[in-house]
Design a protein around this ligand. Structure first.
Ligand code: DX5
Ligand code: ZN
Length: 233
């Protein structure tokens, strides 16, 4: 199954995180956790202690998105704590090769995130170090923002780059403004892992919203015809 959905708890009720995680565990693939330090982005969320509690409380694997200025210092600790996927930002990492390798060495999947205005091409040589490429489809920092269509071309270029380089095993994640209105365009362009915050936790029935998003994305991927089966985790 090519499509994966990673609901973002940024739009969940922070006072009831365990319940909110449970609400999506039957239909989601991952639980997306946004770590923000109020420096890399103008917002402050949670850190490793909360992530560790979620690891214990949640049945889903954790997809940790680090929006922090010093991922080189902090990312390995998340992986060592048992987080299954750790994504650092290209704009923040000073030693991405070392940090991505440290994440993998600790047993986690290594992700590289890039902001809407950061081109993907300079990271081509880094692809062998990655398990996932995250293309932000809003400026990072807040949930509920409008999807940036301008990133669609970059999604296409990234998908082509992965195919041309023989990197089909690398997942291509989109994050920001992903909803019933936009997920098909993302999938058609080449994304296969979809983060959705407000479209899931703002819905009456979060589990059902995930199933509906997945159906839409699977249909669009089938039409686009680029999909390949994922190896199981
Ligand atoms: C934003 C975060 C996202 C956020 C997405 O910087 O990285 O994960 O939760 O929220 P929505 O889906 O509401 O745009
Ligand atoms: Zn995120």
């Amino acid at each position: 199954m090519a499509v994966q959905i990673s609901p973002s708890i940024l739009s969940a009720d922070f006072a009831r995180l365990a319940d909110e995680a449970r609400a999506v565990e039957d239909t989601a693939d991952w639980l997306h956790v946004d770590v923000m330090d109020n420096h890399f982005v103008p917002n402050l969320t949670l850190g490793l202690p909360v992530v560790k509690s979620l690891l214990k409380a949640a049945a889903l694997p954790i997809d940790c998105h680090l929006m922090i200025t010093d991922p080189d210092q902090h990312a390995p600790a998340s992986a060592e704590a048992g987080v299954q996927s750790v994504t650092i930002h290209a704009e923040a990492a000073k030693a991405p090769v070392r940090t991505l390798r440290a994440i993998r060495a600790a047993g986690a999947r290594a992700g590289l995130g890039i902001n809407p205005s950061t081109p993907v091409e300079p990271y081509q040589d880094l692809l062998p170090e990655l398990d996932m490429l995250l293309l932000m489809t809003v400026e990072p920092g807040f949930g509920g923002q409008k999807f940036l269509d301008l990133v669609l071309w970059k999604i296409r270029r990234a998908r082509a780059m992965l195919a041309a380089g023989g990197h089909r095993e690398i997942w291509l994640q989109v994050d920001g403004g992903v909803s019933a209105e936009t997920i098909e365009r993302c999938a058609e362009a080449g994304a296969d892992v979809f983060v959705a915050g407000s479209a899931v936790y703002g819905a009456q029935d979060p589990a059902q919203a995930i199933s509906a998003l997945r159906e839409q994305a699977e249909r669009a991927v089938a039409v686009a015809g680029w999909s390949v089966p994922h190896p199981s985790l």
